[in-house]
Structure formats: structure tokens, C-alpha cells
Design a protein around this ligand. Structure first.
Ligand SMILES: NC(=O)c1ccc[n+]([C@@H]2O[C@H](COP(=O)([O-])OP(=O)(O)OC[C@H]3O[C@@H](n4cnc5c(N)ncnc54)[C@H](OP(=O)(O)O)[C@@H]3O)[C@@H](O)[C@H]2O)c1
Length: 274
């Protein structure tokens, strides 16, 4: 990627993770990347931590930047969009990571035919193991999607979604997914503790089992059911564990988790200000 100037509005969990990834991957330099926060204290802290200019003045921040990433909470978006509508130009690319905030809402908030790409990253972006789904707004062209893909590739994997309707399901599965994974890791570790393992070791074993299992799914491309069969020796120990999981309804509970979170996302998308 040719080095571009990038502004990140909102250097919180996701914005700061993206800023670190961009710098590490050399997609921008400490001179061409800048960001903002809401408060002078958090701006000073982010500037110290990331080594980039950080302001509380969004208008000055985005002026003349090639790419503007909006990484504030959904309820802050209307305020930020109204600040930016006078300064953002159609020559700039705007990427929004706000959950349950349709591209149309961003386009209308900016009031011009601005290329907008909606992105849904997740918190493992902090260590380069993120997953980001991107989808185009009305004015986004292939080169804008390419630029967004390059940006989020600096913090993990990227998938492109054509139908924005599916972004609520993506958010429910991938954006929220790490939270489900932490509960699974914590619960498995509790199982180990119950059976006498020290908690630290039990947590390490549980987390690495999930990490390794997931990595094998991605690297082998094999169906998870086949990989599960490799672990499940006839009359062995794993099948007893699987029976307990099925009796406990883990599979249906996880399906329902994604359904419930998708419905919540859809409801919020209908009214992004709620
Ligand atoms: N966290 C996730 O797992 C996740 C995953 C995918 C997508 N997202 C989306 O990412 C966005 C950010 O979430 P987050 O978890 O990173 O939130 P966060 O940690 O609360 O960060 C929000 C950041 O926005 C700043 N901010 C607030 N108002 C601002 C303004 N008017 N101008 C400039 N900066 C402002 C805050 O500054 P102060 O610290 O000074 O208040 C803070 O740095 C949300 O829209 C969320 O839906 C989050």
C-alpha cells in the first residue's frame, strides 16, 4: 500500500488497536497517522502511548487526510458526523467501525456523496489476531474496499460482505464472538479447577485448546466436525465429555447467542440513536 495519511476519530479500544497495527505494518508513519479522543487527558495519554499526534479537535484532524476512520461509540456518531460534514470531501474515504450503524446513516450525516466503508473488527485486533468484515456504502468503489482491506489486514484477517443486511449477523458472531470465547475458556478452566488443576495452568490449557483448535480449522480448511472426530476415540474419554456438552445444550445455547445478538443489532440499526 502506498503510504496514506490517516485520521482515527476515537482512539479507544478499537481505534488504538488499529493505530498500532497500521504503524507496525508501515501503512502510515508517525507523521501521517493522527487521532482524536474526547478529553485532553486521554488525548495526551494516547499520544504518549502511540507516539502520534492526538487532538480533541476532529475538524482539524480530518482536514486533508486520505482516510478517516470513525471509531467512536454509535451514540457519539451523530455529533461527530455533524462536526465533520463541513470538512470531509468526496476525495476522502470514510471508514466507520460503529456497530449497528448503517452506511446510509453515515452518508446522510456527512451530507455529501462520500465513499463510506462499514467495518466490523473485534478486540483481538489488539494482538494482530482480529477478524474484520467490511462492506461498501453507496459511493464506495473497489479501490476504497481495497484500501479498507489493507488497513484492517494490519490487525488480522479481513472478509468482504456485499449485503449490508448481514452486518448485524457478522457483529453478533465476530464482533461479539471474543466475549463468548472468554466465557468458554473460563468455564473449561473451572472444569480443570474442579478436577484439581491449579487455576493458572487450567486457564492456559483451556485458552490454548481453543486457540489451537480454532487455528487448525482455519489452516486446514477442514470441517470442524471432522477435526472433532480426530479427537474422539471410540469408547475413549472425549465422547463422554461431548455427551455432557450436548446434554447441557451448549450447541443450541451458542446458536441462540448469535440469534439474540443479531436481533439486538437489527433493532439498534433501525434506530441508531437509541
Ligand atoms: N469493542 C469492541 O469489541 C468493538 C468491536 C467492533 C466494533 N466496535 C465499535 O468500535 C467503536 C469504538 O468502540 P470501542 O470499544 O473502541 O470504544 P471505547 O474504547 O469507548 O473508545 C471510544 C473512543 O472514542 C473517543 N471519543 C468519544 N467521543 C469523541 C469525540 N466526540 N471525538 C473524538 N473522539 C471521541 C473516546 O475518547 P475518551 O476516552 O476521551 O472518552 C475513546 O477514545 C464503537 O462504535 C463500537 O461499536 C467495538
Amino acid at each position: 500500500m502506498t503510504k496514506r495519511s490517516i485520521a482515527i476519530v476515537g482512539l479507544g479500544t478499537i481505534g488504538a488497536a488499529l493505530a498500532s497495527g497500521i504503524l507496525k505494518a508501515g501503512l502510515a508513519t508517525r507523521e501521517t497517522l493522527a487521532g482524536s479522543t474526547a478529553h485532553p487527558e486521554t488525548a495526551a495519554e494516547a499520544a504518549r502511548r502511540l507516539g502520534i499526534p492526538v487532538t480533541c479537535d476532529n475538524r482539524t484532524l480530518v482536514r486533508g487526510k486520505d482516510i478517516v476512520v470513525l471509531a467512536v461509540k454509535p451514540k457519539t456518531m451523530p455529533k461527530v458526523l455533524s462536526e465533520l460534514r463541513e470538512v470531509v470531501l468526496p476525495s476522502q474515504l470514510v471508514i466507520s467501525v460503529a456497530a449497528a450503524t448503517p452506511t446510509r446513516f453515515v452518508e446522510e450525516g456527512l451530507g455529501k456523496p462520500i465513499p463510506v466503508v462499514r467495518a466490523m473488527p473485534n478486540t483481538p485486533c489488539r494482538i494482530g489476531l482480529g477478524m474484520t468484515a467490511i462492506c461498501p456504502g453507496r459511493h464506495a468503489r473497489p479501490e476504497h474496499l481495497k484500501a479498507a482491506r489493507e488497513l484492517f489486514s494490519s490487525v488480522g484477517r479481513v472478509a468482504q460482505i456485499e449485503d449490508e443486511e448481514l452486518m448485524d449477523a457478522v457483529t453478533a458472531l465476530s464482533g461479539s464472538g471474543p466475549a463468548y470465547a472468554y466465557i468458554i475458556v473460563e468455564a473449561l478452566a473451572e472444569g480443570g479447577v474442579k478436577m484439581g488443576l491449579p487455576r493458572k495452568l487450567a486457564t492456559e490449557l483451556a485458552a490454548q485448546a481453543i486457540l489451537g483448535g480454532a487455528a487448525l480449522v482455519l489452516e486446514s480448511g477442514e470441517h470442524p466436525a471432522l477435526l472433532k472426530d480426530d479427537v474422539t476415540t471410540p469408547a475413549g474419554v472425549t465422547i463422554d465429555g461431548i455427551m455432557a456438552l450436548e446434554e447441557g445444550g451448549l450447541r443450541v445455547a451458542l446458536i441462540r447467542a448469535v440469534m439474540a445478538a443479531t436481533e439486538r443489532g437489527k433493532a439498534l440499526s433501525q434506530n441508531p440513536l437509541s
